[in-house]
Each structure stands twice: as C-alpha cells, then as structure tokens.
Design a protein around this ligand. Structure first.
Ligand code: SF4
Ligand code: SF4
Length: 372
C-alpha cells in the first residue's frame, strides 16, 4: 500500500531505515547503476552505507558521495529483491531531502521542477523543446471530457499530470474510448497538477507536498482515479491516500477485458516494460494479457535492463549515463523488423523515442486502435 509523504528531515529516521540493511549484497546484480559501473559506491548497499554514515555524523558530505546518490535512478529494483525489506524508496527520499537542504540542486533543475508544477508553463516549454529537437513531436489530439459531474456510479477520472498534459492528450481520448466500450464514462477533474515525482527526486519535499495538496483538492469528490504514466502512479497514490482509489489504467481495463473485442493486427511490435510498471505499479501482466487478445499480433518484449535511464530528471541531469542505459534497448530494436514500440511511462517513451525512428506509443493507443 502507498505510504503518506514523509516531511521529516530527521537523521534518526534515515539511520533507523538504513539499519535494516544487513549488507548481504543480494540487490547488487539487480541494480542498473551497479551493472553500469561495477562499483560498490554505485550500488544500493554503497548508497545506504553513505546515507547512514552521514545521518549518524560518521562522515561529512562530499561531492563524490553526493554524486553517487544523484546517480540513483529510484527504480526500486533493490527494494523488490531485498530479503531484509529495506524501504529504500523512503530512505532515498529522506536522504535527498537532506541533500537538498545542504546543497540545493542546480538552478536549471529547480527551474524545470517549477515549470512542471505549472501545467500552463509546461505547454510553452514543450513547444520550445520540440522546436529545438530535444523532444519528439506531439501526437494528434482531440481529447474532451464529455461527462458531467453527478452520480459517480460507472464514472472515473483520469490523472493528467504535467508534461503528459500535452503528450498524452490523444492517449486520454483513447482510454476514454475503451472505458466507454466497458460502460464507464470519464468525469472532468479540474485543478489537478503535476504528481510531484520530479520535485521528490530533487529532494524538494515542500513542493511535492504542495502539489499533493492541490491534487487532493482536485479529486476531493472521492472518485476513482486512473493513472496512465507508471512513473507518476506511486506519488499520486500517496497524495490521494484515504481519499481516492488510484488504479493504473491497464489494470482497470484488464479487469473488464471480457467486454472488449479486438480486430486482428498482423504485425510485429516491441514492448518495453518500465521499471516503475514491473516493480511498483505491477500492471505488466495486465498489459500482456490485453495485448494477447489481439489476433495475429507478434510481440517482442525488450530485455529487462533494470531501467532505460529516463528516471524522472535523470535523462536531463545525466544524459551520458542515461544514454548508456538506453543503448542496449535501442540496439535490440534496431536488429528487428518491429513497426513500433509500446511503453507505459511517458518519461521512458520520450527518452527512448529520441534514439529511434519508429513510433513509440502508450499501449492504450494501440489497444484503442484495434478495438473491434
Ligand atoms: S538486499 Fe537489502 S539487506 Fe541486502 S545489501 Fe541490498 S539493501 Fe541491504
Ligand atoms: S533504486 Fe535502482 S538505481 Fe537506485 S540503488 Fe536501487 S536498484 Fe540501484
């Protein structure tokens, strides 16, 4: 279950959480940054040791140590295999809050996080990003919320987010089409904003908390909220805890898959499963089951490399490392005749699309296109 935000910067919390680590090293082979550098300092165990040593005053913070902390992708592969149940995600959030206080991130990333927190500015930034070739083109869009507030039986809301506001407009329309085929309609939820993942990854717990509060107000009618971006899901679940049920759109749709019929697709596609989808949201099985309902579809699932390198702002903060993590995936696709790639997280799609010439879409777009 999602846990509420921690607003504490208390070093004793870090020490207590870090104490759970028995230093067995079982997480090391699963950590993408350890795989990349083969260095203890780039492993979960090394980062936990650094966080704890700082928290108990054993060492002073150093640029080198902080840099290894910055390299963490927050993919939580370590947490998912840890036999001692180390709550690495909470530990990382607390350590980054402390890091933010002693050494604020570069101004450009604070600025970017500030832009993401204001959906209107995201649109302008998107235009600039596309004009400079840093961001892929937008898909066609025509999303409208056609339902009106009222009785909420058979009604859901869709979380829009920040950069997805423009990039997933078409996907939201397609999700609405699938939901309509299952007897659901979509209620508008005005006033919603960024989930706060970018702010949290910078260690800016105050901004993340303010965004959470704004989203709580936007969804204060208690409606079920569907998330489309697996990277936003956990943070949104925390924000709306005890108020709304937050469900990944693919999990929600698959529960009523018997109401859907698909036409044949005699083609071959590639499928990318984001780390946030397999380790946190756990909607990868639902996705595979839905795609298996499309007759004639051949799916090549990309190998699990831990993380594609997107990881929130990591692809912007550490482009070389992000590209090194992405390269094996790109090479795997280049050697095939797949016509497109599907991925359920917007950050991964933007990052991977920048290295490919084939279309990269959300699976919901593909499913809606093949509705019979
Ligand atoms: S698997 Fe868990 S206990 Fe073992 S080193 Fe990794 S974090 Fe520590
Ligand atoms: S969250 Fe991912 S990158 Fe960070 S230490 Fe754990 S496995 Fe490694």
């Amino acid at each position: 279950m999602a846990k509420p935000f921690s607003t504490s910067n208390n070093a004793s919390d870090i020490a207590r959480l870090a104490d759970r680590c028995v230093q067995c090293g079982l997480c090391l082979p699963h950590c993408p940054t350890y795989q990349l550098d083969r260095s203890e300092a780039e492993s979960p165990r090394g980062r936990i040791a650094y966080m704890k040593a700082l928290a108990i005053g054993q060492i002073m913070a150093s640029d080198v140590g902080d840099r290894h902390l910055d390299h963490c992708l927050g993919c939580r592969r370590c947490e998912s295999v840890c036999p001692a149940s180390v709550e690495y995600d909470d530990l990382l959030a607390l350590a980054r809050e402390q890091q933010y206080l002693r050494k604020p991130p570069p101004y450009k990333f604070k600025l970017l996080a500030g832009v993401l927190a204001k959906p209107g500015l995201v649109g302008i930034a998107g235009v600039l990003g596309r004009a400079s070739g840093q961001l892929p083109k937008l898909p066609n869009s025509g999303f409208r919320n056609e339902s009106r507030p009222g009785d909420q039986t058979g009604k859901v809301a869709i979380f829009i987010g920040c950069i997805a506001n423009a990039y997933e407009a078409n996907t939201r329309l397609n999700l609405q089409k699938i939901l309509n085929a299952q007897g659901f309609s979509v209620l508008p939820a005005n006033g919603q904003t960024c989930c706060g993942t970018a702010a949290t990854s910078l260690g800016d717990g105050r901004t993340a908390g303010a965004l959470a509060e704004k989203n709580r107000i936007a969804f204060d009618n208690g409606i079920t909220v569907l998330s489309l971006a697996t990277g936003c899901h956990e943070q949104l679940s925390r924000s709306l805890q005890n108020q709304n049920t937050v469900i990944d759109a693919l999990n929600f749709v698959s529960r009523r898959s018997g109401l859907l019929k698909f036409k044949a697709a005699n083609k071959k596609i590639a499928l990318h499963i984001p780390c946030s989808q397999s380790t946190v949201v756990k909607s990868d099985q639902a996705l595979r089951q839905l795609l298996a309902m499309i007759p004639g579809l051949e799916i090549q699932e990309l190998p699990d490399r831990g993380c594609c390198g997107a990881a929130g702002l990591h692809m912007l903060a550490e482009p070389d490392r992000a590209n090194r993590l992405r390269t094996p995936l790109i090479e795997k696709i280049h050697g095939t005749d797949v016509s497109e790639l599907l991925s359920s997280n917007i950050g991964c799609r933007l990052h991977i699309a920048n290295g490919l010439k084939i279309p990269v879409r959300h699976p919901i777009d593909f499913l809606a296109e093949h509705l019979a």
